[in-house]
Design a protein around this ligand. Structure first.
Ligand SMILES: NC(=O)c1ccc[n+]([C@@H]2O[C@H](COP(=O)([O-])OP(=O)(O)OC[C@H]3O[C@@H](n4cnc5c(N)ncnc54)[C@H](O)[C@@H]3O)[C@@H](O)[C@H]2O)c1
Ligand SMILES: O=c1ccn([C@@H]2O[C@H](COP(=O)(O)OP(=O)(O)O[C@H]3O[C@H](CO)[C@H](O)[C@H](O)[C@H]3O)[C@@H](O)[C@H]2O)c(=O)[nH]1
Length: 329
Protein backbone atom coordinates (compact mmCIF):
# COMPACT_ATOMS: atom_id res chain seq x y z
CA UNK A 1 0.00 0.00 0.00
CA UNK A 2 1.22 3.47 -0.83
CA UNK A 3 -0.18 6.97 -0.67
CA UNK A 4 -0.21 9.18 -3.77
CA UNK A 5 0.37 12.85 -2.88
CA UNK A 6 -0.60 15.20 -5.71
CA UNK A 7 1.13 18.57 -5.31
CA UNK A 8 3.66 16.96 -2.96
CA UNK A 9 6.42 19.26 -4.22
CA UNK A 10 4.48 22.30 -3.00
CA UNK A 11 4.37 24.05 0.35
CA UNK A 12 1.72 22.09 2.25
CA UNK A 13 2.03 18.86 0.23
CA UNK A 14 5.75 18.60 1.04
CA UNK A 15 4.93 18.77 4.76
CA UNK A 16 2.38 16.00 4.27
CA UNK A 17 5.05 13.88 2.58
CA UNK A 18 7.34 14.37 5.60
CA UNK A 19 4.53 13.51 8.02
CA UNK A 20 3.67 10.35 6.05
CA UNK A 21 7.30 9.24 5.82
CA UNK A 22 7.73 9.91 9.55
CA UNK A 23 4.71 7.62 10.09
CA UNK A 24 6.38 4.86 8.05
CA UNK A 25 4.19 5.13 4.94
CA UNK A 26 5.29 4.52 1.34
CA UNK A 27 4.79 7.76 -0.58
CA UNK A 28 4.55 8.61 -4.27
CA UNK A 29 4.47 12.29 -5.27
CA UNK A 30 2.79 13.41 -8.49
CA UNK A 31 3.59 17.02 -9.32
CA UNK A 32 4.01 19.02 -12.53
CA UNK A 33 6.39 21.45 -10.77
CA UNK A 34 4.31 24.42 -11.99
CA UNK A 35 4.73 26.07 -8.57
CA UNK A 36 6.44 23.26 -6.66
CA UNK A 37 10.12 22.34 -6.34
CA UNK A 38 11.81 19.00 -7.04
CA UNK A 39 14.15 19.61 -4.09
CA UNK A 40 11.12 19.76 -1.75
CA UNK A 41 10.51 16.02 -2.29
CA UNK A 42 12.62 13.89 0.07
CA UNK A 43 14.71 11.06 -1.37
CA UNK A 44 12.63 8.43 0.50
CA UNK A 45 9.53 9.38 -1.57
CA UNK A 46 9.08 8.29 -5.18
CA UNK A 47 8.64 11.21 -7.57
CA UNK A 48 6.56 11.27 -10.76
CA UNK A 49 6.70 14.51 -12.70
CA UNK A 50 3.44 15.05 -14.55
CA UNK A 51 -0.05 16.44 -14.70
CA UNK A 52 -2.82 15.14 -12.44
CA UNK A 53 -5.18 15.65 -15.39
CA UNK A 54 -3.27 13.02 -17.39
CA UNK A 55 -5.58 10.04 -16.75
CA UNK A 56 -3.25 7.48 -18.33
CA UNK A 57 -0.30 8.63 -16.21
CA UNK A 58 -2.38 8.61 -13.02
CA UNK A 59 -3.78 5.14 -13.85
CA UNK A 60 -0.26 3.80 -14.44
CA UNK A 61 1.03 5.35 -11.23
CA UNK A 62 -1.84 3.90 -9.19
CA UNK A 63 -1.33 0.41 -10.63
CA UNK A 64 2.48 0.39 -10.46
CA UNK A 65 2.68 1.58 -6.86
CA UNK A 66 -0.38 -0.12 -5.35
CA UNK A 67 -1.97 3.18 -4.33
CA UNK A 68 -4.83 2.77 -1.82
CA UNK A 69 -5.25 6.46 -0.95
CA UNK A 70 -4.70 9.85 -2.56
CA UNK A 71 -3.90 13.06 -0.69
CA UNK A 72 -4.89 15.66 -3.24
CA UNK A 73 -3.06 19.00 -2.81
CA UNK A 74 -2.32 19.94 -6.44
CA UNK A 75 -4.01 23.21 -7.38
CA UNK A 76 -3.50 26.80 -8.39
CA UNK A 77 -4.05 28.86 -5.27
CA UNK A 78 -3.84 32.62 -5.89
CA UNK A 79 -7.26 34.24 -5.44
CA UNK A 80 -6.72 37.41 -7.56
CA UNK A 81 -5.24 35.26 -10.35
CA UNK A 82 -8.42 33.14 -10.26
CA UNK A 83 -10.45 36.30 -10.85
CA UNK A 84 -8.40 37.28 -13.93
CA UNK A 85 -8.08 33.67 -15.24
CA UNK A 86 -11.20 31.81 -14.07
CA UNK A 87 -11.15 29.23 -16.86
CA UNK A 88 -7.54 28.40 -16.05
CA UNK A 89 -8.55 27.82 -12.43
CA UNK A 90 -11.61 25.73 -13.30
CA UNK A 91 -9.42 23.66 -15.65
CA UNK A 92 -6.65 22.96 -13.17
CA UNK A 93 -8.61 22.76 -9.92
CA UNK A 94 -11.92 21.29 -11.09
CA UNK A 95 -11.58 19.61 -14.49
CA UNK A 96 -8.23 17.99 -13.67
CA UNK A 97 -9.50 16.94 -10.24
CA UNK A 98 -12.32 15.19 -12.09
CA UNK A 99 -9.77 13.33 -14.25
CA UNK A 100 -7.78 12.39 -11.15
CA UNK A 101 -10.93 11.10 -9.44
CA UNK A 102 -11.97 9.09 -12.47
CA UNK A 103 -8.55 7.40 -12.61
CA UNK A 104 -8.78 6.83 -8.84
CA UNK A 105 -12.19 5.18 -9.10
CA UNK A 106 -11.18 3.01 -12.06
CA UNK A 107 -7.92 2.07 -10.33
CA UNK A 108 -9.71 0.96 -7.15
CA UNK A 109 -8.34 3.71 -4.88
CA UNK A 110 -10.37 3.57 -1.68
CA UNK A 111 -9.73 6.91 0.03
CA UNK A 112 -9.15 10.56 -0.86
CA UNK A 113 -8.01 13.39 1.41
CA UNK A 114 -8.75 16.71 -0.25
CA UNK A 115 -7.25 20.18 0.32
CA UNK A 116 -10.25 22.47 0.47
CA UNK A 117 -10.25 26.00 1.79
CA UNK A 118 -12.06 28.51 3.96
CA UNK A 119 -12.59 30.38 0.67
CA UNK A 120 -15.64 28.11 0.10
CA UNK A 121 -17.46 30.14 2.80
CA UNK A 122 -16.98 33.50 1.05
CA UNK A 123 -17.79 36.26 3.54
CA UNK A 124 -19.25 34.20 6.38
CA UNK A 125 -22.13 35.66 8.39
CA UNK A 126 -20.77 34.18 11.64
CA UNK A 127 -17.37 33.65 13.22
CA UNK A 128 -16.06 31.15 14.23
CA UNK A 129 -17.35 29.54 11.03
CA UNK A 130 -19.11 26.16 11.45
CA UNK A 131 -18.72 23.52 8.74
CA UNK A 132 -22.47 23.43 8.04
CA UNK A 133 -22.72 27.09 7.05
CA UNK A 134 -24.07 27.38 3.48
CA UNK A 135 -21.22 27.69 1.00
CA UNK A 136 -21.09 31.01 -0.83
CA UNK A 137 -17.63 31.39 -2.34
CA UNK A 138 -17.01 34.83 -3.80
CA UNK A 139 -14.23 34.03 -6.27
CA UNK A 140 -13.41 31.37 -8.89
CA UNK A 141 -10.72 29.84 -6.64
CA UNK A 142 -13.29 29.13 -3.91
CA UNK A 143 -15.83 27.90 -6.45
CA UNK A 144 -13.29 25.60 -8.13
CA UNK A 145 -12.67 23.98 -4.73
CA UNK A 146 -16.37 23.80 -3.80
CA UNK A 147 -17.08 21.91 -7.03
CA UNK A 148 -14.39 19.39 -6.19
CA UNK A 149 -15.99 18.88 -2.78
CA UNK A 150 -19.25 18.16 -4.62
CA UNK A 151 -17.56 15.70 -6.99
CA UNK A 152 -16.16 13.87 -3.98
CA UNK A 153 -19.57 13.72 -2.25
CA UNK A 154 -21.24 12.37 -5.37
CA UNK A 155 -18.42 9.92 -6.12
CA UNK A 156 -18.51 8.59 -2.57
CA UNK A 157 -22.23 7.89 -2.96
CA UNK A 158 -21.89 6.34 -6.40
CA UNK A 159 -18.62 4.42 -6.25
CA UNK A 160 -18.08 3.68 -2.58
CA UNK A 161 -14.81 5.51 -2.04
CA UNK A 162 -14.53 7.51 1.18
CA UNK A 163 -13.01 10.97 1.58
CA UNK A 164 -12.12 13.70 4.03
CA UNK A 165 -12.30 17.28 2.74
CA UNK A 166 -10.21 19.55 4.94
CA UNK A 167 -11.02 23.26 4.73
CA UNK A 168 -7.81 25.04 5.65
CA UNK A 169 -7.85 28.52 7.12
CA UNK A 170 -4.52 30.43 6.88
CA UNK A 171 -1.56 28.12 6.68
CA UNK A 172 1.79 29.36 7.99
CA UNK A 173 5.14 28.36 9.49
CA UNK A 174 7.54 25.62 8.43
CA UNK A 175 8.74 22.17 9.37
CA UNK A 176 10.18 22.47 12.91
CA UNK A 177 13.20 20.41 11.79
CA UNK A 178 13.85 22.86 8.94
CA UNK A 179 13.28 20.30 6.18
CA UNK A 180 10.62 22.28 4.28
CA UNK A 181 8.79 25.60 4.21
CA UNK A 182 7.05 28.07 1.92
CA UNK A 183 9.48 28.46 -1.01
CA UNK A 184 7.40 30.33 -3.62
CA UNK A 185 9.36 33.54 -4.30
CA UNK A 186 6.30 35.65 -5.15
CA UNK A 187 4.08 34.25 -2.37
CA UNK A 188 1.56 36.78 -1.09
CA UNK A 189 0.86 35.22 2.33
CA UNK A 190 1.06 37.73 5.16
CA UNK A 191 3.47 35.91 7.49
CA UNK A 192 5.87 35.04 4.65
CA UNK A 193 5.81 38.60 3.29
CA UNK A 194 6.31 40.10 6.78
CA UNK A 195 9.30 37.79 7.40
CA UNK A 196 10.81 38.85 4.07
CA UNK A 197 10.39 42.51 5.12
CA UNK A 198 12.05 41.74 8.49
CA UNK A 199 15.02 40.17 6.67
CA UNK A 200 15.39 43.16 4.34
CA UNK A 201 14.26 41.19 1.29
CA UNK A 202 11.34 43.59 0.80
CA UNK A 203 11.58 47.33 1.47
CA UNK A 204 8.27 47.56 3.36
CA UNK A 205 5.02 45.77 4.14
CA UNK A 206 1.59 46.94 3.00
CA UNK A 207 -1.38 46.56 5.34
CA UNK A 208 -4.44 46.08 3.14
CA UNK A 209 -7.23 47.90 4.95
CA UNK A 210 -7.49 49.54 8.36
CA UNK A 211 -11.23 50.27 8.38
CA UNK A 212 -12.68 46.79 8.83
CA UNK A 213 -15.18 46.17 11.66
CA UNK A 214 -12.56 44.29 13.70
CA UNK A 215 -10.67 44.89 16.95
CA UNK A 216 -8.12 47.27 15.34
CA UNK A 217 -9.55 47.81 11.84
CA UNK A 218 -7.29 45.28 10.07
CA UNK A 219 -8.44 41.84 8.87
CA UNK A 220 -8.54 38.93 11.31
CA UNK A 221 -7.38 35.43 10.32
CA UNK A 222 -6.84 32.05 11.97
CA UNK A 223 -3.23 30.94 11.32
CA UNK A 224 -2.62 27.19 11.46
CA UNK A 225 0.91 25.77 11.53
CA UNK A 226 1.67 23.65 8.46
CA UNK A 227 2.93 20.49 10.24
CA UNK A 228 -0.10 20.53 12.56
CA UNK A 229 -2.22 20.72 9.42
CA UNK A 230 -0.32 17.83 7.78
CA UNK A 231 -0.86 15.77 10.94
CA UNK A 232 -4.64 16.26 10.58
CA UNK A 233 -4.34 14.67 7.11
CA UNK A 234 -2.54 11.62 8.48
CA UNK A 235 -5.23 11.21 11.14
CA UNK A 236 -7.90 11.61 8.46
CA UNK A 237 -6.26 8.83 6.46
CA UNK A 238 -6.18 6.55 9.55
CA UNK A 239 -9.86 7.32 10.12
CA UNK A 240 -10.79 6.28 6.57
CA UNK A 241 -8.60 3.19 6.56
CA UNK A 242 -10.34 2.03 9.75
CA UNK A 243 -13.66 2.22 7.92
CA UNK A 244 -14.66 5.71 9.09
CA UNK A 245 -17.28 7.75 7.22
CA UNK A 246 -16.53 10.57 4.81
CA UNK A 247 -16.06 13.92 6.55
CA UNK A 248 -15.72 17.63 5.92
CA UNK A 249 -13.66 19.44 8.56
CA UNK A 250 -12.36 22.94 9.14
CA UNK A 251 -8.66 23.14 9.90
CA UNK A 252 -7.71 26.07 12.10
CA UNK A 253 -7.11 26.75 15.78
CA UNK A 254 -10.32 28.75 16.36
CA UNK A 255 -8.22 31.77 17.32
CA UNK A 256 -8.03 35.01 15.32
CA UNK A 257 -5.15 37.48 14.94
CA UNK A 258 -5.41 40.83 13.17
CA UNK A 259 -2.91 41.82 10.48
CA UNK A 260 -1.48 44.46 12.84
CA UNK A 261 -1.08 41.87 15.62
CA UNK A 262 0.77 39.54 13.24
CA UNK A 263 3.10 42.38 12.23
CA UNK A 264 3.83 43.16 15.92
CA UNK A 265 4.76 39.52 16.52
CA UNK A 266 7.05 39.41 13.45
CA UNK A 267 8.76 42.63 14.58
CA UNK A 268 9.19 41.34 18.13
CA UNK A 269 10.48 37.90 17.14
CA UNK A 270 12.84 39.23 14.44
CA UNK A 271 13.93 42.30 16.41
CA UNK A 272 13.52 44.41 13.24
CA UNK A 273 11.23 47.44 13.07
CA UNK A 274 10.56 47.27 9.30
CA UNK A 275 8.49 49.88 7.48
CA UNK A 276 4.71 49.31 7.41
CA UNK A 277 2.45 51.21 5.01
CA UNK A 278 -1.27 51.52 5.70
CA UNK A 279 -3.11 50.96 2.40
CA UNK A 280 -6.68 50.68 1.11
CA UNK A 281 -8.48 47.35 1.29
CA UNK A 282 -7.45 44.55 -1.07
CA UNK A 283 -10.51 43.52 -3.12
CA UNK A 284 -12.14 40.27 -2.03
CA UNK A 285 -10.76 40.10 1.53
CA UNK A 286 -13.38 39.14 4.14
CA UNK A 287 -13.02 41.10 7.41
CA UNK A 288 -12.62 38.04 9.62
CA UNK A 289 -12.22 34.29 9.10
CA UNK A 290 -11.91 32.13 12.20
CA UNK A 291 -12.41 28.39 12.09
CA UNK A 292 -15.07 26.64 14.07
CA UNK A 293 -12.39 24.15 15.09
CA UNK A 294 -14.04 21.64 17.43
CA UNK A 295 -15.05 18.98 14.94
CA UNK A 296 -11.53 18.11 13.73
CA UNK A 297 -10.42 17.59 17.36
CA UNK A 298 -13.50 15.59 18.33
CA UNK A 299 -13.71 13.34 15.29
CA UNK A 300 -10.03 12.78 14.52
CA UNK A 301 -8.58 13.29 18.01
CA UNK A 302 -6.32 15.97 16.49
CA UNK A 303 -4.13 17.79 19.03
CA UNK A 304 -2.16 20.75 17.71
CA UNK A 305 1.52 20.88 18.65
CA UNK A 306 2.44 24.38 17.45
CA UNK A 307 -0.53 26.58 18.38
CA UNK A 308 1.59 29.60 19.15
CA UNK A 309 2.01 32.54 16.79
CA UNK A 310 5.54 33.41 18.06
CA UNK A 311 6.66 29.86 17.33
CA UNK A 312 5.05 29.89 13.87
CA UNK A 313 6.83 33.16 13.07
CA UNK A 314 10.16 31.79 14.36
CA UNK A 315 9.80 28.82 11.99
CA UNK A 316 8.87 31.06 9.05
CA UNK A 317 11.85 33.34 9.74
CA UNK A 318 14.23 30.39 10.04
CA UNK A 319 12.97 29.05 6.72
CA UNK A 320 13.40 32.43 4.97
CA UNK A 321 16.98 32.63 6.30
CA UNK A 322 17.78 29.13 5.05
CA UNK A 323 16.29 29.94 1.62
CA UNK A 324 18.42 33.10 1.41
CA UNK A 325 21.55 31.15 2.42
CA UNK A 326 20.93 28.40 -0.16
CA UNK A 327 20.36 31.03 -2.87
CA UNK A 328 23.59 32.82 -1.91
CA UNK A 329 25.59 29.55 -1.97
N1 LIG B 1 -1.55 28.00 1.39
C1 LIG B 1 -2.73 28.21 1.99
O1 LIG B 1 -2.85 29.06 2.88
C2 LIG B 1 -3.93 27.37 1.60
C3 LIG B 1 -5.14 27.65 2.21
C4 LIG B 1 -6.25 26.86 1.89
C5 LIG B 1 -6.13 25.80 0.99
N2 LIG B 1 -4.93 25.56 0.39
C6 LIG B 1 -4.85 24.44 -0.56
O2 LIG B 1 -3.74 23.62 -0.23
C7 LIG B 1 -3.20 23.01 -1.40
C8 LIG B 1 -1.70 23.21 -1.43
O3 LIG B 1 -1.41 24.60 -1.45
P1 LIG B 1 0.07 25.16 -1.28
O4 LIG B 1 0.00 26.40 -0.48
O5 LIG B 1 0.96 24.07 -0.85
O6 LIG B 1 0.39 25.58 -2.80
P2 LIG B 1 1.66 25.25 -3.72
O7 LIG B 1 1.49 26.09 -4.95
O8 LIG B 1 2.92 25.39 -2.95
O9 LIG B 1 1.45 23.71 -4.07
C9 LIG B 1 0.64 23.26 -5.14
C10 LIG B 1 1.41 22.13 -5.83
O10 LIG B 1 0.59 21.56 -6.84
C11 LIG B 1 1.36 21.38 -8.03
N3 LIG B 1 0.40 21.36 -9.14
C12 LIG B 1 -0.45 22.35 -9.51
N4 LIG B 1 -1.20 21.96 -10.55
C13 LIG B 1 -0.83 20.67 -10.84
C14 LIG B 1 -1.26 19.72 -11.80
N5 LIG B 1 -2.20 20.00 -12.71
N6 LIG B 1 -0.68 18.49 -11.79
C15 LIG B 1 0.29 18.18 -10.90
N7 LIG B 1 0.75 19.06 -9.97
C16 LIG B 1 0.18 20.30 -9.94
C17 LIG B 1 2.33 22.54 -8.02
O11 LIG B 1 3.49 22.35 -8.81
C18 LIG B 1 2.68 22.64 -6.53
O12 LIG B 1 3.77 21.80 -6.21
C19 LIG B 1 -3.95 23.63 -2.57
O13 LIG B 1 -4.95 22.71 -3.00
C20 LIG B 1 -4.59 24.88 -1.99
O14 LIG B 1 -5.78 25.21 -2.65
C21 LIG B 1 -3.82 26.32 0.66
O1 LIG C 1 1.24 41.95 2.21
C1 LIG C 1 0.17 41.65 2.76
C2 LIG C 1 -0.40 40.33 2.66
C3 LIG C 1 -1.61 40.09 3.28
N1 LIG C 1 -2.23 41.08 3.99
C4 LIG C 1 -3.49 40.80 4.66
O2 LIG C 1 -3.29 39.69 5.53
C5 LIG C 1 -4.47 38.87 5.58
C6 LIG C 1 -4.11 37.46 5.20
O3 LIG C 1 -3.76 37.45 3.81
P1 LIG C 1 -3.09 36.21 3.07
O4 LIG C 1 -2.84 36.64 1.67
O5 LIG C 1 -1.95 35.73 3.89
O6 LIG C 1 -4.20 35.08 3.13
P2 LIG C 1 -5.74 35.12 2.70
O7 LIG C 1 -6.55 35.16 3.96
O8 LIG C 1 -6.02 36.14 1.67
O9 LIG C 1 -5.89 33.72 1.92
C7 LIG C 1 -5.61 32.45 2.47
O10 LIG C 1 -6.78 31.82 2.87
C8 LIG C 1 -7.75 31.70 1.86
C9 LIG C 1 -8.92 31.05 2.52
O11 LIG C 1 -9.77 32.05 2.94
C10 LIG C 1 -7.24 30.93 0.65
O12 LIG C 1 -7.28 29.56 0.87
C11 LIG C 1 -5.84 31.37 0.23
O13 LIG C 1 -5.25 30.38 -0.62
C12 LIG C 1 -4.95 31.55 1.42
O14 LIG C 1 -3.75 32.16 1.01
C13 LIG C 1 -5.47 39.53 4.61
O15 LIG C 1 -6.33 40.33 5.35
C14 LIG C 1 -4.60 40.40 3.72
O16 LIG C 1 -5.26 41.53 3.23
C15 LIG C 1 -1.67 42.34 4.12
O17 LIG C 1 -2.24 43.22 4.75
N2 LIG C 1 -0.49 42.58 3.50
Amino acid sequence: MAVLVTGGAGYIGSHMVLELLDAGESVVVLDDLSTGFRRAVPAQAQFVQGDMGDGALVARTIAEHGIDAIAHFAARIVVPESVSDPLGYYLNNTVKSRALLEAAVKGGVRHVIFSSTAAVYGEPSVNPVPEDLPLEPINPYGRSKMMTEWMLQDSARAYGLTYVALRYFNVAGADPKGRSGQSTPQATHLIKVACQAALGQRPYLDVFGTDYPTKDGSCVRDYIQVSDLARAHVLALDHLRKGGDSLTLNCGYGQGYSVLEVIDVVKRVSGVDFEVRLCPRRPGDPAALIAGADRVREVLGWQPRYQNLERIVEQALAWERSLAESEAA
